[in-house]
Design a protein around this ligand. Sequence first.
Ligand SMILES: Nc1ncnc2c1ncn2[C@@H]1O[C@H](COP(=O)(O)OP(=O)(O)OP(=O)(O)O)[C@@H](O)[C@H]1O
Ligand SMILES: [Mg+2]
Length: 226
Amino acid sequence: MNKPTVILAQVYKTYRSGSDDLRVLRNVSLTAHEGESIAVVGASGCGKSTLLNLIGGLDQADSGKISACGFEVSKLNEKELTAYRSGGVGFMFQFHYLLKDFTALENVMLPMLMTGSGQRKAADEARLLLDKVRVADRADHFPSQLSGGERQRVALARALINDPQLILADEPTGNLDEDHKALIADLLFSLTAESGKTLFLVTHATDLASGADSIMRLSEGQLIPV
Ligand SMILES: Nc1ncnc2c1ncn2[C@@H]1O[C@H](COP(=O)(O)OP(=O)(O)OP(=O)(O)O)[C@@H](O)[C@H]1O
Ligand SMILES: [Mg+2]
């Protein structure tokens, strides 16, 4: 078995709002390895995005341990968190979050510039990735000038630009037609199979999920193999 990239051990997460406690994750444990793709499926509101946010270091678990890419995610200081977010993990969010005042090309370049790369190198790499996700001809458009599916593909290019060891993709094909769905699925799965990356994929699309090495269903706070 390849090296573990992500280890979740007895992770709990509850959202507290007033008197209501929403127990979203209850004792979730899972190990993902290099070269492995895991699809996480489950009903809307079951906690899939929450799980990715915890792995991505965007939110904190109440208890339990999460390690990813050699970092103990729950214990990172600001500097380590920046290093993890900019290098170790590539996050494609459910609602993309491209920066509205930057073009598609600039959005993709940003994570690379933040790690100290020069403009030219970042622009070249960003163009390559935009080409891979077939939005190169929209490189100079602002997010408001892109379709939903184009934004989603730009967001994927941005998630990949620093060549992350771990890819977290939340509904990466939500707004795409069949051809582009297949393109993105191929790209994501080839990155895991050929480059040894680890992929967590959240999706409602059963055909996309079925391409992963394993499928886990999140239900009542528990991850169950499908
Ligand atoms: N910051 C928050 N505060 C309180 N409750 C939250 C918060 N974020 C999410 N929730 C609730 O936690 C539950 C899990 O949310 P989450 O976004 O993880 O679901 P999901 O499985 O990704 O759903 P979907 O498939 O619709 O994207 C939902 O019931 C949601 O309303
Ligand atoms: Mg979600």
